[in-house]
Design a protein around this ligand. Structure first.
Ligand SMILES: Cc1cc2nc3c(=O)[nH]c(=O)nc-3n(C[C@H](O)[C@H](O)[C@H](O)COP(=O)(O)OP(=O)(O)OC[C@H]3O[C@@H](n4cnc5c(N)ncnc54)[C@H](O)[C@@H]3O)c2cc1C
Length: 441
Protein backbone atom coordinates (compact mmCIF):
# COMPACT_ATOMS: atom_id res chain seq x y z
CA UNK A 1 0.00 0.00 0.00
CA UNK A 2 1.33 3.55 -0.69
CA UNK A 3 0.30 6.92 0.65
CA UNK A 4 1.53 10.50 0.42
CA UNK A 5 3.61 11.72 3.31
CA UNK A 6 6.64 13.89 4.20
CA UNK A 7 6.91 15.38 0.75
CA UNK A 8 7.30 11.96 -0.84
CA UNK A 9 4.94 10.96 -3.60
CA UNK A 10 4.62 7.51 -2.17
CA UNK A 11 5.65 6.09 1.18
CA UNK A 12 5.51 2.35 1.23
CA UNK A 13 4.46 0.79 4.49
CA UNK A 14 6.10 -2.61 3.91
CA UNK A 15 9.25 -3.20 5.92
CA UNK A 16 11.52 -5.22 3.66
CA UNK A 17 13.98 -7.77 5.01
CA UNK A 18 16.96 -6.28 3.16
CA UNK A 19 17.51 -3.42 0.75
CA UNK A 20 20.67 -3.69 -1.34
CA UNK A 21 21.85 -0.41 -2.83
CA UNK A 22 23.74 -0.75 -6.10
CA UNK A 23 23.33 -3.45 -8.72
CA UNK A 24 26.95 -3.76 -9.90
CA UNK A 25 28.85 -6.99 -9.34
CA UNK A 26 28.95 -6.61 -5.55
CA UNK A 27 25.35 -5.60 -4.90
CA UNK A 28 24.01 -8.18 -7.35
CA UNK A 29 26.13 -10.86 -5.71
CA UNK A 30 24.95 -9.87 -2.21
CA UNK A 31 21.30 -9.70 -3.32
CA UNK A 32 21.56 -13.17 -4.87
CA UNK A 33 23.10 -14.73 -1.75
CA UNK A 34 20.49 -13.10 0.48
CA UNK A 35 17.63 -14.26 -1.71
CA UNK A 36 19.20 -17.73 -1.76
CA UNK A 37 19.08 -17.62 2.06
CA UNK A 38 15.36 -16.88 1.81
CA UNK A 39 15.61 -13.18 2.70
CA UNK A 40 13.08 -10.89 1.05
CA UNK A 41 15.38 -8.60 -0.91
CA UNK A 42 14.93 -5.42 -2.90
CA UNK A 43 17.88 -4.48 -5.10
CA UNK A 44 17.98 -0.80 -6.05
CA UNK A 45 20.03 0.34 -9.05
CA UNK A 46 20.08 3.91 -10.25
CA UNK A 47 20.84 3.03 -13.85
CA UNK A 48 18.45 1.52 -16.36
CA UNK A 49 18.59 -2.19 -17.15
CA UNK A 50 21.50 -1.67 -19.58
CA UNK A 51 24.39 -0.11 -17.66
CA UNK A 52 26.35 2.77 -19.18
CA UNK A 53 28.48 3.37 -16.07
CA UNK A 54 29.82 1.59 -13.01
CA UNK A 55 33.10 -0.07 -12.15
CA UNK A 56 31.65 -3.37 -13.39
CA UNK A 57 31.06 -2.04 -16.91
CA UNK A 58 32.48 -4.19 -19.69
CA UNK A 59 32.84 -7.70 -20.99
CA UNK A 60 36.12 -8.90 -19.51
CA UNK A 61 38.19 -8.84 -16.33
CA UNK A 62 41.34 -10.79 -15.53
CA UNK A 63 40.62 -13.52 -13.01
CA UNK A 64 43.28 -15.77 -11.59
CA UNK A 65 43.98 -17.97 -8.69
CA UNK A 66 47.65 -17.14 -8.12
CA UNK A 67 48.75 -13.75 -6.93
CA UNK A 68 52.03 -12.25 -6.05
CA UNK A 69 50.75 -9.68 -3.63
CA UNK A 70 49.34 -10.28 -0.20
CA UNK A 71 48.80 -13.84 0.81
CA UNK A 72 46.13 -16.36 0.06
CA UNK A 73 43.32 -13.77 0.34
CA UNK A 74 42.99 -13.09 -3.40
CA UNK A 75 43.34 -16.74 -4.27
CA UNK A 76 40.65 -17.64 -1.74
CA UNK A 77 38.29 -14.94 -3.02
CA UNK A 78 38.72 -16.06 -6.63
CA UNK A 79 38.28 -19.77 -5.92
CA UNK A 80 35.25 -19.14 -3.70
CA UNK A 81 33.73 -17.00 -6.43
CA UNK A 82 34.16 -19.75 -9.01
CA UNK A 83 32.29 -22.19 -6.73
CA UNK A 84 29.53 -19.65 -6.09
CA UNK A 85 29.09 -18.97 -9.82
CA UNK A 86 28.64 -22.73 -10.22
CA UNK A 87 25.88 -22.61 -7.58
CA UNK A 88 23.96 -19.83 -9.39
CA UNK A 89 24.28 -21.65 -12.70
CA UNK A 90 23.03 -24.87 -11.10
CA UNK A 91 20.05 -23.01 -9.67
CA UNK A 92 19.21 -21.42 -13.02
CA UNK A 93 19.64 -24.64 -14.97
CA UNK A 94 17.31 -26.41 -12.53
CA UNK A 95 14.80 -23.76 -13.52
CA UNK A 96 15.15 -24.59 -17.19
CA UNK A 97 18.03 -22.48 -18.51
CA UNK A 98 21.05 -24.02 -20.24
CA UNK A 99 23.94 -21.92 -18.99
CA UNK A 100 27.54 -23.10 -18.72
CA UNK A 101 30.52 -21.82 -16.77
CA UNK A 102 32.13 -21.08 -20.15
CA UNK A 103 29.46 -18.44 -20.70
CA UNK A 104 30.94 -16.51 -17.75
CA UNK A 105 34.60 -17.58 -17.61
CA UNK A 106 36.97 -17.90 -20.56
CA UNK A 107 39.70 -20.22 -19.39
CA UNK A 108 43.07 -19.20 -20.82
CA UNK A 109 46.70 -19.01 -19.74
CA UNK A 110 47.50 -15.83 -17.77
CA UNK A 111 50.91 -14.27 -18.18
CA UNK A 112 52.54 -12.31 -15.42
CA UNK A 113 55.82 -10.63 -16.32
CA UNK A 114 57.92 -8.92 -13.71
CA UNK A 115 61.45 -8.29 -12.49
CA UNK A 116 63.58 -10.86 -10.70
CA UNK A 117 63.28 -8.94 -7.41
CA UNK A 118 59.68 -10.20 -7.22
CA UNK A 119 60.44 -13.83 -7.98
CA UNK A 120 61.25 -14.99 -4.43
CA UNK A 121 58.07 -13.44 -3.07
CA UNK A 122 55.99 -14.94 -5.88
CA UNK A 123 57.34 -18.46 -5.35
CA UNK A 124 56.84 -18.14 -1.63
CA UNK A 125 53.23 -16.99 -2.00
CA UNK A 126 52.47 -19.66 -4.55
CA UNK A 127 53.21 -22.36 -1.98
CA UNK A 128 49.87 -21.51 -0.32
CA UNK A 129 47.92 -20.90 -3.51
CA UNK A 130 45.90 -23.29 -5.50
CA UNK A 131 47.34 -22.72 -8.98
CA UNK A 132 49.14 -24.61 -11.76
CA UNK A 133 51.80 -22.65 -13.53
CA UNK A 134 54.94 -22.66 -15.65
CA UNK A 135 57.83 -20.30 -15.14
CA UNK A 136 60.66 -18.90 -17.26
CA UNK A 137 63.22 -16.80 -15.44
CA UNK A 138 66.08 -16.86 -17.96
CA UNK A 139 66.22 -15.48 -21.50
CA UNK A 140 66.72 -18.98 -23.00
CA UNK A 141 63.79 -20.38 -21.00
CA UNK A 142 61.57 -17.61 -22.32
CA UNK A 143 62.35 -18.78 -25.86
CA UNK A 144 62.22 -22.53 -25.21
CA UNK A 145 59.15 -22.65 -22.97
CA UNK A 146 56.98 -19.87 -24.35
CA UNK A 147 58.61 -18.59 -27.56
CA UNK A 148 58.95 -15.09 -26.11
CA UNK A 149 61.73 -12.51 -25.92
CA UNK A 150 62.29 -12.40 -22.19
CA UNK A 151 64.55 -9.56 -21.10
CA UNK A 152 67.52 -10.16 -18.82
CA UNK A 153 66.46 -9.77 -15.16
CA UNK A 154 62.78 -10.51 -15.77
CA UNK A 155 60.56 -13.59 -15.56
CA UNK A 156 57.35 -14.88 -17.08
CA UNK A 157 54.92 -16.75 -14.87
CA UNK A 158 52.04 -18.36 -16.74
CA UNK A 159 49.08 -19.75 -14.82
CA UNK A 160 46.93 -22.56 -16.21
CA UNK A 161 43.76 -23.24 -14.25
CA UNK A 162 40.21 -23.98 -15.18
CA UNK A 163 38.23 -20.73 -14.87
CA UNK A 164 41.34 -18.59 -14.64
CA UNK A 165 41.68 -16.26 -17.60
CA UNK A 166 38.93 -13.72 -18.09
CA UNK A 167 35.46 -13.34 -16.74
CA UNK A 168 32.46 -11.43 -18.07
CA UNK A 169 30.97 -9.05 -15.46
CA UNK A 170 28.05 -7.96 -17.63
CA UNK A 171 26.92 -11.53 -18.14
CA UNK A 172 27.32 -12.47 -14.48
CA UNK A 173 25.23 -9.46 -13.40
CA UNK A 174 22.54 -10.55 -15.88
CA UNK A 175 22.53 -14.10 -14.50
CA UNK A 176 22.37 -12.90 -10.92
CA UNK A 177 19.42 -10.63 -11.70
CA UNK A 178 17.69 -13.50 -13.45
CA UNK A 179 18.28 -15.74 -10.43
CA UNK A 180 17.06 -13.11 -7.93
CA UNK A 181 13.88 -12.61 -9.97
CA UNK A 182 13.33 -16.39 -10.13
CA UNK A 183 13.55 -16.51 -6.34
CA UNK A 184 10.64 -14.07 -6.42
CA UNK A 185 12.47 -10.93 -5.31
CA UNK A 186 12.68 -7.45 -6.81
CA UNK A 187 15.28 -5.62 -8.83
CA UNK A 188 14.30 -2.01 -9.34
CA UNK A 189 16.23 -0.16 -12.04
CA UNK A 190 16.17 3.64 -12.43
CA UNK A 191 15.96 3.81 -8.64
CA UNK A 192 18.53 6.10 -7.05
CA UNK A 193 18.89 6.17 -3.29
CA UNK A 194 19.11 9.79 -2.20
CA UNK A 195 18.84 9.43 1.57
CA UNK A 196 19.37 6.87 4.32
CA UNK A 197 18.18 7.27 7.89
CA UNK A 198 17.70 4.93 10.82
CA UNK A 199 14.54 5.40 12.90
CA UNK A 200 13.43 3.08 15.69
CA UNK A 201 15.73 0.33 14.41
CA UNK A 202 14.38 0.54 10.84
CA UNK A 203 16.22 2.00 7.86
CA UNK A 204 14.30 4.62 5.90
CA UNK A 205 15.59 4.76 2.35
CA UNK A 206 14.56 7.64 0.14
CA UNK A 207 14.57 6.67 -3.51
CA UNK A 208 14.26 8.73 -6.66
CA UNK A 209 12.42 6.21 -8.84
CA UNK A 210 12.05 7.50 -12.39
CA UNK A 211 11.82 11.06 -11.08
CA UNK A 212 9.34 10.17 -8.34
CA UNK A 213 10.42 10.27 -4.70
CA UNK A 214 9.43 7.25 -2.62
CA UNK A 215 10.36 6.08 0.84
CA UNK A 216 11.20 2.43 1.50
CA UNK A 217 11.83 0.74 4.84
CA UNK A 218 14.07 -2.20 5.61
CA UNK A 219 15.35 -4.14 8.60
CA UNK A 220 18.78 -4.50 7.03
CA UNK A 221 20.80 -2.77 4.32
CA UNK A 222 23.75 -3.62 2.10
CA UNK A 223 25.48 -0.64 0.51
CA UNK A 224 27.32 -1.60 -2.67
CA UNK A 225 27.44 1.71 -4.49
CA UNK A 226 31.00 1.34 -5.81
CA UNK A 227 32.66 4.75 -6.32
CA UNK A 228 29.53 6.51 -5.03
CA UNK A 229 29.91 5.00 -1.55
CA UNK A 230 31.36 8.08 0.20
CA UNK A 231 28.55 10.39 -0.96
CA UNK A 232 25.83 7.82 -0.32
CA UNK A 233 26.89 7.14 3.26
CA UNK A 234 27.60 10.77 4.13
CA UNK A 235 25.02 10.81 6.95
CA UNK A 236 25.05 7.26 8.21
CA UNK A 237 28.80 6.48 8.02
CA UNK A 238 30.57 9.72 7.07
CA UNK A 239 34.03 8.21 7.59
CA UNK A 240 33.71 6.35 4.28
CA UNK A 241 34.32 9.62 2.49
CA UNK A 242 37.95 9.47 3.53
CA UNK A 243 38.29 5.67 3.25
CA UNK A 244 37.20 5.24 -0.36
CA UNK A 245 39.05 7.07 -3.09
CA UNK A 246 37.47 6.90 -6.54
CA UNK A 247 40.00 7.27 -9.35
CA UNK A 248 39.65 7.64 -13.07
CA UNK A 249 41.34 4.98 -15.18
CA UNK A 250 41.19 4.70 -18.95
CA UNK A 251 40.77 1.79 -21.30
CA UNK A 252 41.79 1.54 -24.94
CA UNK A 253 40.45 -1.15 -27.28
CA UNK A 254 42.87 -2.06 -30.05
CA UNK A 255 43.06 -4.41 -32.98
CA UNK A 256 45.77 -5.48 -35.37
CA UNK A 257 44.49 -4.13 -38.69
CA UNK A 258 42.62 -6.92 -40.50
CA UNK A 259 44.99 -7.04 -43.48
CA UNK A 260 47.94 -7.74 -41.14
CA UNK A 261 46.14 -10.02 -38.70
CA UNK A 262 44.68 -12.16 -41.47
CA UNK A 263 48.20 -12.69 -42.90
CA UNK A 264 49.61 -14.09 -39.66
CA UNK A 265 50.22 -17.86 -39.72
CA UNK A 266 47.93 -19.94 -37.47
CA UNK A 267 50.79 -20.58 -35.02
CA UNK A 268 51.31 -16.84 -34.52
CA UNK A 269 47.60 -16.27 -34.01
CA UNK A 270 47.70 -19.00 -31.37
CA UNK A 271 50.80 -17.44 -29.79
CA UNK A 272 48.88 -14.18 -29.54
CA UNK A 273 45.85 -15.88 -27.98
CA UNK A 274 48.07 -17.66 -25.44
CA UNK A 275 49.72 -14.35 -24.54
CA UNK A 276 46.54 -12.75 -23.19
CA UNK A 277 45.55 -11.83 -20.58
CA UNK A 278 48.81 -10.34 -19.38
CA UNK A 279 49.95 -8.26 -16.46
CA UNK A 280 53.26 -6.57 -17.21
CA UNK A 281 55.27 -5.22 -14.30
CA UNK A 282 58.71 -5.38 -15.83
CA UNK A 283 59.45 -1.68 -15.45
CA UNK A 284 60.63 0.19 -12.37
CA UNK A 285 57.93 2.78 -12.86
CA UNK A 286 54.45 1.87 -11.62
CA UNK A 287 52.88 4.15 -14.22
CA UNK A 288 54.40 1.99 -16.98
CA UNK A 289 52.76 -1.20 -15.73
CA UNK A 290 49.82 -2.42 -17.76
CA UNK A 291 47.20 -5.13 -18.02
CA UNK A 292 45.71 -6.33 -21.29
CA UNK A 293 43.25 -8.98 -22.36
CA UNK A 294 41.16 -10.08 -25.31
CA UNK A 295 37.81 -8.41 -24.64
CA UNK A 296 35.97 -9.87 -27.64
CA UNK A 297 36.38 -10.82 -31.31
CA UNK A 298 35.24 -8.76 -34.29
CA UNK A 299 33.13 -10.07 -37.18
CA UNK A 300 36.30 -11.43 -38.87
CA UNK A 301 37.32 -13.25 -35.69
CA UNK A 302 40.08 -10.73 -35.09
CA UNK A 303 40.76 -10.22 -31.37
CA UNK A 304 39.91 -6.87 -29.77
CA UNK A 305 42.52 -6.21 -27.12
CA UNK A 306 41.70 -4.08 -24.10
CA UNK A 307 44.56 -2.34 -22.34
CA UNK A 308 44.76 -0.18 -19.25
CA UNK A 309 47.14 0.65 -16.43
CA UNK A 310 46.22 0.39 -12.78
CA UNK A 311 48.69 3.18 -12.02
CA UNK A 312 47.49 5.34 -14.89
CA UNK A 313 45.08 6.84 -12.36
CA UNK A 314 43.85 10.38 -12.13
CA UNK A 315 41.71 12.28 -9.66
CA UNK A 316 38.04 12.89 -10.23
CA UNK A 317 35.89 15.97 -9.74
CA UNK A 318 32.35 14.89 -10.56
CA UNK A 319 32.02 11.07 -10.79
CA UNK A 320 28.94 11.30 -12.99
CA UNK A 321 30.94 13.15 -15.66
CA UNK A 322 34.05 10.93 -15.71
CA UNK A 323 32.49 8.31 -17.91
CA UNK A 324 32.18 10.80 -20.77
CA UNK A 325 35.77 12.05 -20.40
CA UNK A 326 37.67 11.46 -23.62
CA UNK A 327 41.16 9.97 -23.60
CA UNK A 328 43.95 12.35 -24.56
CA UNK A 329 46.41 11.50 -27.35
CA UNK A 330 49.14 10.69 -24.83
CA UNK A 331 46.94 8.01 -23.23
CA UNK A 332 46.06 6.53 -26.60
CA UNK A 333 49.71 6.50 -27.73
CA UNK A 334 50.76 4.91 -24.44
CA UNK A 335 48.23 2.12 -25.04
CA UNK A 336 49.32 1.46 -28.62
CA UNK A 337 53.02 1.47 -27.78
CA UNK A 338 52.55 -0.95 -24.88
CA UNK A 339 50.60 -3.41 -27.03
CA UNK A 340 53.04 -3.14 -29.95
CA UNK A 341 55.95 -3.81 -27.64
CA UNK A 342 54.13 -6.74 -25.97
CA UNK A 343 53.31 -8.29 -29.37
CA UNK A 344 57.01 -8.08 -30.22
CA UNK A 345 57.77 -9.73 -26.88
CA UNK A 346 55.50 -12.57 -28.10
CA UNK A 347 57.65 -12.71 -31.27
CA UNK A 348 54.87 -11.36 -33.46
CA UNK A 349 56.02 -9.11 -36.32
CA UNK A 350 53.57 -6.26 -35.68
CA UNK A 351 54.47 -2.57 -35.79
CA UNK A 352 52.81 0.41 -34.16
CA UNK A 353 51.24 1.56 -37.44
CA UNK A 354 49.62 -1.85 -37.94
CA UNK A 355 47.50 -1.42 -34.81
CA UNK A 356 44.26 0.54 -34.83
CA UNK A 357 42.05 1.99 -32.10
CA UNK A 358 38.58 0.48 -32.00
CA UNK A 359 37.20 2.26 -28.94
CA UNK A 360 38.22 4.09 -25.78
CA UNK A 361 36.51 5.06 -22.57
CA UNK A 362 37.17 6.38 -19.11
CA UNK A 363 36.02 4.49 -16.08
CA UNK A 364 36.32 4.58 -12.33
CA UNK A 365 37.36 2.36 -9.53
CA UNK A 366 37.67 2.86 -5.82
CA UNK A 367 40.81 2.51 -3.80
CA UNK A 368 41.37 2.04 -0.11
CA UNK A 369 44.66 2.94 1.54
CA UNK A 370 45.98 -0.64 1.33
CA UNK A 371 43.92 -1.60 -1.74
CA UNK A 372 42.22 -4.28 0.35
CA UNK A 373 38.45 -3.72 0.08
CA UNK A 374 35.90 -3.47 2.89
CA UNK A 375 33.06 -5.88 3.54
CA UNK A 376 32.01 -4.79 6.96
CA UNK A 377 29.19 -3.56 9.18
CA UNK A 378 29.18 0.17 9.80
CA UNK A 379 30.45 1.69 12.99
CA UNK A 380 28.19 4.09 14.85
CA UNK A 381 29.35 7.35 16.45
CA UNK A 382 30.37 5.59 19.68
CA UNK A 383 32.33 2.97 17.66
CA UNK A 384 29.69 0.32 18.35
CA UNK A 385 28.85 -1.93 15.43
CA UNK A 386 25.59 -1.73 13.55
CA UNK A 387 25.32 -5.33 12.43
CA UNK A 388 22.31 -4.64 10.25
CA UNK A 389 24.09 -2.37 7.79
CA UNK A 390 26.92 -3.86 5.76
CA UNK A 391 29.10 -1.96 3.32
CA UNK A 392 30.92 -3.57 0.38
CA UNK A 393 33.35 -1.01 -1.01
CA UNK A 394 36.87 -0.13 -2.06
CA UNK A 395 36.97 -2.65 -4.89
CA UNK A 396 40.01 -1.41 -6.73
CA UNK A 397 41.36 -3.22 -9.77
CA UNK A 398 40.91 -6.69 -8.31
CA UNK A 399 37.29 -6.69 -7.18
CA UNK A 400 35.69 -8.62 -10.00
CA UNK A 401 37.36 -11.94 -9.51
CA UNK A 402 36.16 -12.11 -5.89
CA UNK A 403 32.70 -10.63 -6.49
CA UNK A 404 30.73 -13.70 -5.52
CA UNK A 405 32.79 -14.12 -2.36
CA UNK A 406 32.38 -10.50 -1.23
CA UNK A 407 28.60 -10.76 -1.65
CA UNK A 408 28.59 -14.07 0.22
CA UNK A 409 30.52 -12.58 3.13
CA UNK A 410 28.18 -9.56 3.30
CA UNK A 411 25.17 -11.87 3.33
CA UNK A 412 26.71 -14.07 6.00
CA UNK A 413 27.42 -11.04 8.17
CA UNK A 414 23.75 -10.04 8.02
CA UNK A 415 22.47 -13.54 8.74
CA UNK A 416 25.11 -14.76 11.22
CA UNK A 417 26.24 -17.51 8.90
CA UNK A 418 29.75 -18.77 8.22
CA UNK A 419 31.49 -20.87 5.62
CA UNK A 420 33.26 -24.08 6.53
CA UNK A 421 36.42 -23.18 4.62
CA UNK A 422 39.30 -22.91 7.14
CA UNK A 423 40.38 -19.61 5.56
CA UNK A 424 36.93 -18.01 5.79
CA UNK A 425 37.38 -16.26 9.16
CA UNK A 426 40.76 -14.87 8.10
CA UNK A 427 39.23 -13.42 4.93
CA UNK A 428 36.36 -11.86 6.90
CA UNK A 429 38.83 -10.31 9.35
CA UNK A 430 41.03 -8.93 6.57
CA UNK A 431 38.04 -7.23 4.95
CA UNK A 432 36.50 -6.19 8.24
CA UNK A 433 36.04 -3.17 10.50
CA UNK A 434 39.04 -3.78 12.78
CA UNK A 435 41.12 -1.81 10.29
CA UNK A 436 38.70 1.09 10.52
CA UNK A 437 38.44 1.01 14.30
CA UNK A 438 42.22 0.74 14.76
CA UNK A 439 43.02 2.98 11.80
CA UNK A 440 45.25 0.32 10.20
CA UNK A 441 43.59 0.77 6.86
C1 LIG B 1 39.28 -0.41 -15.66
C2 LIG B 1 39.04 -1.47 -14.65
C3 LIG B 1 39.71 -2.67 -14.77
C4 LIG B 1 39.50 -3.65 -13.84
N1 LIG B 1 40.15 -4.83 -13.98
C5 LIG B 1 39.89 -5.84 -13.13
C6 LIG B 1 40.47 -7.10 -13.34
O1 LIG B 1 41.18 -7.31 -14.32
N2 LIG B 1 40.21 -8.08 -12.45
C7 LIG B 1 39.39 -7.90 -11.38
O2 LIG B 1 39.19 -8.83 -10.60
N3 LIG B 1 38.82 -6.70 -11.17
C8 LIG B 1 39.03 -5.67 -12.02
N4 LIG B 1 38.44 -4.46 -11.84
C9 LIG B 1 37.65 -4.24 -10.64
C10 LIG B 1 36.20 -4.63 -10.71
O3 LIG B 1 35.68 -4.47 -12.01
C11 LIG B 1 35.46 -3.77 -9.71
O4 LIG B 1 36.08 -3.92 -8.46
C12 LIG B 1 34.02 -4.21 -9.56
O5 LIG B 1 33.39 -4.21 -10.81
C13 LIG B 1 33.32 -3.25 -8.61
O6 LIG B 1 31.96 -3.58 -8.54
P1 LIG B 1 30.99 -2.77 -7.60
O7 LIG B 1 29.69 -3.49 -7.60
O8 LIG B 1 31.65 -2.50 -6.29
O9 LIG B 1 30.87 -1.33 -8.28
P2 LIG B 1 29.96 -0.83 -9.49
O10 LIG B 1 30.01 -1.74 -10.62
O11 LIG B 1 30.33 0.60 -9.70
O12 LIG B 1 28.51 -0.92 -8.89
C14 LIG B 1 27.93 0.07 -8.10
C15 LIG B 1 26.52 0.26 -8.61
O13 LIG B 1 25.82 1.09 -7.70
C16 LIG B 1 24.99 1.95 -8.43
N5 LIG B 1 24.72 3.08 -7.56
C17 LIG B 1 25.60 4.01 -7.12
N6 LIG B 1 24.98 4.89 -6.31
C18 LIG B 1 23.70 4.49 -6.22
C19 LIG B 1 22.57 5.00 -5.54
N7 LIG B 1 22.65 6.11 -4.79
N8 LIG B 1 21.39 4.36 -5.68
C20 LIG B 1 21.27 3.23 -6.46
N9 LIG B 1 22.32 2.72 -7.14
C21 LIG B 1 23.51 3.34 -7.00
C22 LIG B 1 25.82 2.30 -9.66
O14 LIG B 1 25.03 2.75 -10.72
C23 LIG B 1 26.51 0.97 -9.95
O15 LIG B 1 25.80 0.19 -10.89
C24 LIG B 1 38.62 -3.44 -12.75
C25 LIG B 1 37.94 -2.24 -12.64
C26 LIG B 1 38.13 -1.25 -13.59
C27 LIG B 1 37.37 0.02 -13.46
Amino acid sequence: MTFNSNGHNGEQTTIHDVIVIGGGLMGSSAAWHLSNYGKEVVLLEKQGRVYEKGSSKGEARVVRSSNIEGDTLWSYLHNTSVKEVETVIRFLNNKGTAITMEGIYTTSPISYIARHEELGQLLNNLKNQDANFELASKVEEGESKFGVNLKEGTFLHREYNTHSGTFNPRKLIQLLHQAIALKGYQIRYNSEVTGIEKKDGVYKITVDANGKSILLSAKQVVSAAGPYTGGLLQKIAPYYNSLIHPKRVFLTFLRIKNEHYNNLPVAQKQQMKNGFPVIDRTTNLECEEFFAMIESYDEQDNPIIKIGGHFQRTNIGDIDKVWQKKLNQKEINWSIEKIASYLNFLNLPIMVNQIEVVDTYSCVYSLTETEVPFVTPILEDDNSIDENFVVIAGMSGVGAKGAMAYGLIASNLLTNKKQEDPYYETAVAKLGYERIATKTL
